[in-house]
Design a protein around this ligand. Sequence first.
Ligand SMILES: C[S@@+](CC[C@H](N)C(=O)[O-])C[C@H]1O[C@@H](n2cnc3c(N)ncnc32)[C@H](O)[C@@H]1O
Length: 482
Amino acid sequence: MALYLKAAEILDRVERKEGAVKTLVYDSKFQNIKQLFALVCETQKFNVVLQDIIITTKLLKDTKLKMNLAKVLVYDLLIGQGLKCGGSWKTMMMKHRSRLQAELARMKVKKKVSRNVDLLSSSSQQIEGNQLPRYVRVNTLKTTVEDVIDYLKREGFLYQGQASRLEDLNNLSGKTFVSDLHLPDLLVFPPKMDFHTHFLYQAGHIILQDKASCLPAYLLNPRVGAQVLDACAAPGNKTSHLAAIMHNKGKLFAFDLDAKRLSTMSTLLLRAGVTCQQLANQDFLKVDPKSPEYSNVEYILLDPSCSGSGMVCLRDSGAEPQEESGRLQALAAFQLRCLNHALLFPHLQRLVYSTCSIHTQENEEVVSACLQQNKEFRLVPLKPEWPERGLPPLSQCLRASPERTLTHGFFVAVLERQAVGDEDERTQTLPQTGERSPVITHVDETDQPTQMPISTKTKPANSKTKRRRNRKKKNKPKPESD
Ligand SMILES: C[S@@+](CC[C@H](N)C(=O)[O-])C[C@H]1O[C@@H](n2cnc3c(N)ncnc32)[C@H](O)[C@@H]1O
């Protein structure tokens, strides 16, 4: 019963525009977040169908249920995996089941379709979240990719090596898996593969993170021992990714305005073995860039609140166009303020800006406006092999989408401080891979033998690969039950 009450409450709050589904579900403190999120998303997707059934059968009048509560119950009764409650609600719903089923059948006959999914409009039939591959990031703070692969193989999984084409990620089934073709430390499994109760997940050896969401930390690529700032950090998947890239060395300042999300983050970071962080429940816009505390911050990851329109199950917010446009305008203004604020950190060299939005207003337009106002920063051209680019003229940036990259919708830009008077020369020498470019000149403060100081020459193309290989060879513990 608690599941249905909570799901209905979230649908009510979404209708009242109190927040995005993902945020409201996260904040709900419900014990099974995944189950709640799935029910809310699926009910939203079948919203029109469910509403028609409920109205035609006069279910509300007969049961005195409120609309959203009726929707989640009818969804599970007719379309989902069956009611997960007992008692009076189950008795009541079972009493109406045949009528509700008959109405669903009548709708299908009328539309000349046989599957429930065919009742959806074509826009809701786009790729769904649970049709995307399941991406698993290996947490190199606790284990190695090789050890995770061995562990899974011993459990009956079939490792098919490194994917060479995007289609290889789409053709996985059963217990097969591959290494991703674009990002290191990322394994790819068939859609719906559930690792939430798996030992490797519970022990923090693997992180369940969409591939697109792994881009920001990977592209920021802070050196080991650096001072890094994660401006809007909770629930912290990108923070733990940054810590892994930094080998837990240096300092990772992480801010978030939301105390609840920050407390979840604290637990997740503990599980992931992150130790280099300094968390603060603080408005990033009020953090003083000139404070001596941040005088050595060289890298910033800025992943601010956004519309979430790239999240597959949130594609249609249901808002009126005018309302939506006002909301986007407010979000874009906030994002631009955050970006401008981040660029005030005096020793900042490199910044990643990312959103899980598909709207130009929150992406290319924010970045363009910021570059206009901050001439000392320029865009870094990123990963030429990535299949989807930022919209022209910002083709240096990356976009991601279910259709083109088999991920949720995403946008990422990397900004870098230009050396004074160096613009022309730099345009000639820029590396095309999204690697750190030669403008960053600093001496490595750590004793990591694999970390070379970045000189004013472009790094050799394979230096990052070597560094990652060496990182894997280090004495990382095997999975505990290994
Ligand atoms: C898109 S989420 C960040 C996700 C996170 N980077 C991750 O990978 O797990 C945006 C976060 O920004 C936080 N936020 C919003 N406004 C903020 C502000 N002014 N200062 C700091 N955090 C803020 C929200 O509470 C939310 O947790």
